[in-house]
Design a protein around this ligand. Sequence first.
Ligand code: EPZ
Length: 423
Amino acid sequence: MDKILIQGGRRLEGEVAVSGSKNAALPILISALLTAEPCYYQGIPDLVDIHTALKLLSGLGVRVKKEGDSTVAVGQFMLQADHVHKLEAPYDLVKTMRASFLVMGPLLGRFGAARVSTPGGCAIGTRPVNLHLKGLAEMGASIDLVHGYMEAKAKRLRGAKIYLDLPSVGATENLMMAASLAEGTTVIENAAKEPEIEELATVLNKMGAKIHGAGSNIVKIEGVDELHGVSHRVIPDRIEAGSFMVAAALTRGDVRILGARPDHLDAFLLKLKEAGVALTIGADEIRVKGDGKAKSVDITTLPYPGFPTDLQAQMMVLMSVSEGVSVITETIFENRFMHAQELVRMGADIRLEGNRAIVKGVDGLSGAPVMATDLRASVSLVLAGLVAKGKTEITRVYHLDRGYEHIERKLSALGADIQRIKG
Ligand code: EPZ
């Protein structure tokens, strides 16, 4: 297993380009199942989770072709689901990447059947899929749990009025895709409003779907008989962009984050400003200058447009070395503080009380051997290593590779002393 070694204390300077959004690309690639025509995608990030999704789709019979020459045209793919011969998402893939469960809606919508392994929990929580299943059942699917697999059938899904008890991102995506080919109109109430939802609706509408209101809490989908091919470049990854902004603030550097969409990060940018971080915001870039210690601010993670849970761990690092005391409340996942104990080993002063972390700013962190536990926790350890005195060694970096494209290359180009030791 690879390790990452960081010698802390370097100021980050220069510019870094944000990769395509993992959480937009995953449902978009899966939406290729909804048509027999070729779908062309650009800006797909080179991530483990993307490779897992492509492996899952080709296992179903989807043709997957990397477009352009491998050097220049990074992230260009053609997918074509004109010979789907299997309607099953196997346990070994679904357990490594929960987003595989998103094939349920398209398979049911287009083929009337699906056999998808239940994802099971993960490090950050139990992460049930009951809202996905409830919505599909309301659209007429019969679903049984058989030997750990959800077996679903529906002659043809019919439009329904669905209320989500929680604004679940995945459930909204699964149901939007299923409803695109259903008979009649579906209304999803209390839908998730993340930019990735709007992005998926944009792609589906380009394919001929009739979706209105994506990005608001009421999404209306008028079912159509079939969808056609599409060509689309995915939006930049707002969570990667936010992670680099914290890196710049932590190291008191001066970094331009190119391709960042400020409109996708309002709550986060306001919190950085409240913490005294100097931001210069352009249309599609954000410059971050960290001059001096940040001020402690309180943070509560909420569904979009609230503060994103995927940037909570990164913000905890900044608060660990800020001036004052910060209370961080995690309301989305029940176990998303596993990075806290590793940060404490690096000298942070963090006390956990249920879903709250009390973070008292300290003068500095010191490098240590630490272990990554989940995707965003792993990047918070990299951030801590950048600002800690001495050497930090991070193990289990396969978590990091799921969601950050060549992060050590990008950070080295900004001046960090970081290297990957192949294991
Ligand atoms: C998506 O996960 C993202 N993943 C997550 O990013 C992100 O943290 C999350 O949305 C919240 O923003 C992708 O887009 C691939 P949810 P998802 O359904 O769809 C509960 C990352 O680091 N819930 O909005 O699984 C659930 O337990 C990942 O990139 C139910 O109770 O999130 C959680 O507490 C981590 N029943 C809350 O809702 C359901 O049927 C939010 O989950 C579904 C969800």
